[in-house]
Write a protein that binds this ligand. Structure first.
Ligand SMILES: Cc1cc2nc3c(=O)[nH]c(=O)nc-3n(C[C@H](O)[C@H](O)[C@H](O)COP(=O)(O)O)c2cc1C
Length: 181
């Protein structure tokens, strides 16, 4: 059983990204234990390292102990939301103590728009490669979220989508084993 730290890029109640994460959790129960750290972190400020916020230290401890990281991102103005960039920035510091180096990482995302977060994910990929992660390339999950696509319990309405999301988690599980050898 692999421990996965799931970084959901939305802080709001009833978020579609949260529902997508829940769906993936349900579909991958045989492989993974999902953990959801609190991403309501202060905005990155170098001065805060003098007396680091407990939430940041907790996040970095979680990341140090995890087997892999899964980003679940919505799309904001054709890019990633600030919640995602902020957690990447905190994780990348202090200099020389990055939380990202050598971590197996997956990216999925959703948006109600036709692009299903593809533009956001493209930006996220280009950021993460600079962090020296082992980034899973495919399949790519651009989930176009309709009002009833996934309910609060993570149940996916459409069988085809369910099968596809399951195939993603199976490949991510395989990827983690390959790169963790
Ligand atoms: C500031 C802002 C910008 C957005 N820009 C985009 C966008 O560029 N493309 C898109 O498909 N959806 C866009 N959306 C819609 C979000 O993807 C949508 O609200 C989504 O459900 C947010 O994720 P959440 O449900 O997990 O909170 C935007 C939403 C907000 C609040």
């Amino acid at each position: 059983m692999r421990k996965i730290t799931v970084l959901v890029g939305s802080l709001r109640e009833g978020s579609n990204s949260g529902k997508l994460a829940k769906a993936l959790e349900k579909l991958s129960a045989e492989h993974f234990e999902f953990h959801y750290p609190d991403l309501n972190l202060p905005l990155y400020n170098e001065d805060l390292w003098k007396n680091p916020p407990a939430s940041v230290l907790k996040l970095k401890a979680d990341l140090a102990a995890t087997d892999a990281v899964l980003f679940v991102t919505p799309e904001y103005n054709r890019s990633i939301p600030p919640v995602i960039k902020n957690v990447i920035d905190w994780g990348s510091r202090p200099w020389g103590q990055s939380s990202w180096k050598n971590k197996p990482v997956g990216i999925v995302g959703s948006s109600p728009g036709a692009v299903g977060s593809a533009a956001a994910q493209s930006h996220l990929r280009s950021i993460l490669v600079t962090q020296d992660v082992f980034l899973l390339g495919a399949p790519e999950v651009y989930f176009v979220f309709k009002p009833d696509s996934i309910d609060d319990q993570g149940t996916v309405a459409d069988e085809g989508s369910k099968k596809f999301l399951k195939s993603y988690t199976d490949r991510f599980a395989q990827w983690i084993e390959i790169v963790s050898k």
